[in-house]
Ligand binder design. Sequence first.
Ligand code: ZN
Length: 137
Amino acid sequence: MRIVNLRHYRGSYIYCGRRLRFHRDLGPLEASPVGNPFLAGQEGPIVNCLRLYREWLHERIAEGSPLILGLFRELTDQSVLACWCTDLEGDAIFAAPEVCHCQVLIKGWRWWKNQQEAGNGTQQQHESGGQGSSANT
Ligand SMILES: [Zn+2]
């Protein structure tokens, strides 16, 4: 995994930020489903912002958000996540203090992936009870 800073990075990437109406080089950017809904400044310092994001992301994973899990399924260890904060690779992603929500995202993704691989498909969304439980009828 790699985090790149779009202020200067011009390769291929998965955008993880908010909607941007226009960028000189990149054009408009659609809001990413994993963008941080909490604004630094508004929520106080970045640490608060990242703490709120961690809680938010955890809730989305727990409820089985199709948007977020859809993106998670596409991520691999080779994925390049793009934001506007920093460039990080390897162990630096996991170092403290965190400076970008992509670090929180990658940790969340790893955790989710481990759960999947361990066969704990924990939440088999009980909210989508519509499609008939074909198991025992
Ligand atoms: Zn960032």
